[in-house]
Design a binder for this molecule. Structure first.
Ligand code: ZN
Length: 376
């Protein structure tokens, strides 16, 4: 029965999307006043969002439930569905079962969920490591993968046999990066973490709850780990060494507290972009005018992403409620000058110009993730 009500909500949402599309066609209006919508501001926000054919460049959806495909269809949304290997997480220990689960989702969403594969970096000192990883990636590319995730276990967990922390620019990974570039695929690089990972617990931090729940990932409790600066320097080095490789720094490239840090990298590296996954609140915490000017100046380098997802055991209805809220909040923040609430504070939306929204929510993903629109 719960599902029925979700279905009804989605149906009426779809109807309102359609109504607003018809009302607003053909010219899109990204202004701040929406037509009165009986379903409330969330539905109105999502109607304008859907009109862009939005792309969420950072999702982890492993639950194969037709409701997700229906949701994506109704919102006119495509997602990059990202696999990640982390030996500290029972589900993510290896590429399976997540690859199979993610591929089922590709099919059940009629291709709206697009597959981003990964490789296990853990045996990087074993003979034949690079050759095996390349073979696996090439098979994934030949199937459906359009991108490859690399993860923060590089720099924050993995050690060589000699006891040194392994950085993302380690020569062992270089042939793999070259192979990805040769196949015109993209690297999604989640390297390092927010600054708060290295700082004492602070309940006001957007990440406070995460490190309370995941103490094994909390660098503050592991002073022996490399510094954040050292990890980002290694990331920058790999970007510089591979000018033909597109690299998307996940989570604002872990430069979330000051947009100036991103601007510096964009100026230096034409092959580098970022996604906004799970870091939109950090834009709210910085001066509005500074963030707005940054997003306008670097409008070709920012891909909208959320880090939303669902594990096979998660409740679909609960997950989709969270997806709806997140898309509505983010759209309101980027597209309007209305007030957005976050952790008990109010922030004014950025009211970005229409063409900039079009790039952040659609065009940039098309450019930086060739294949995201399918191969038709
Ligand atoms: Zn993620």
């Amino acid at each position: 029965m719960k599902f029925l009500s979700t279905k009804r909500t989605l149906l009426s949402l779809a109807a309102s999307v359609l109504a607003v599309l018809i009302l607003r066609a053909p010219g899109l209006d990204y202004g701040t006043s929406y037509a009165a919508n009986p379903l409330g501001p969330a539905a109105a926000d999502l109607a304008n969002f859907s009109a862009l054919a939005p792309i969420d460049a950072h999702v982890h959806l492993y639950k194969d439930d037709p409701a997700f495909g229906a949701f994506l269809g109704r919102l006119n949304l495509r997602i990059l569905n990202i696999c990640v290997i982390d030996d500290r997480d029972p589900y993510a220990k290896g590429l399976e079962p997540q690859r199979s689960d993610a591929l089922k989702v590709v099919h059940s969403t009629a291709g709206r969920a697009v597959f981003c594969t990964t490789f296990s970096p853990y045996d990087f000192e074993e003979p034949g490591f690079g050759r095996r990883a390349i073979q696996q990636l090439d098979a994934d590319f030949a199937a459906v993968a359009i991108a490859v995730k690399i993860y923060k276990v590089m720099g924050m967990e993995m050690k060589s046999k000699a006891g040194k922390y392994v950085m993302p620019d380690d020569p062992a990974f270089e042939p793999i990066y070259r192979d990805i570039a040769a196949h015109n695929r993209t690297v999604v690089a989640h390297l390092a973490e927010p600054d708060s990972c290295w700082q004492p617990p602070n309940p006001a931090s957007p990440d406070y709850e995460y490190y309370q729940q995941n103490p094994q990932e909390y660098a503050y409790a592991h002073p022996e780990w490399p510094s954040k600066a050292a990890i980002l320097a290694a990331r920058d080095h790999l970007v510089a060494e591979n000018p033909n490789l597109r690299v998307i720094g996940a989570h604002l490239g872990s430069m979330e507290t000051d947009v100036t840090q991103m601007a510096r990298r964009f100026d230096r590296f034409p092959n580098f972009a970022v996604d906004t996954a799970a870091r939109v609140p950090y834009f709210m915490l910085q001066p509005r005018d500074k963030v707005r000017a940054f997003l306008i100046k670097y409008q070709d380098r920012i891909l909208y992403g959320t880090d939303l997802g669902a594990m096979p055991k998660d409740e679909t209805e609960k997950a989709l409620a969270e997806w709806t809220d997140t898309y509505a909040r983010d759209w309101k923040f980027f597209a309007t000058d209305q007030t957005v609430e976050y952790k008990g504070h109010s922030y004014q939306g950025l009211a970005l110009p229409g063409p900039v929204l079009h790039k952040i929510f659609h065009d940039n993903a098309v450019h930086w993730l060739p294949g995201i629109m399918g191969t038709e």
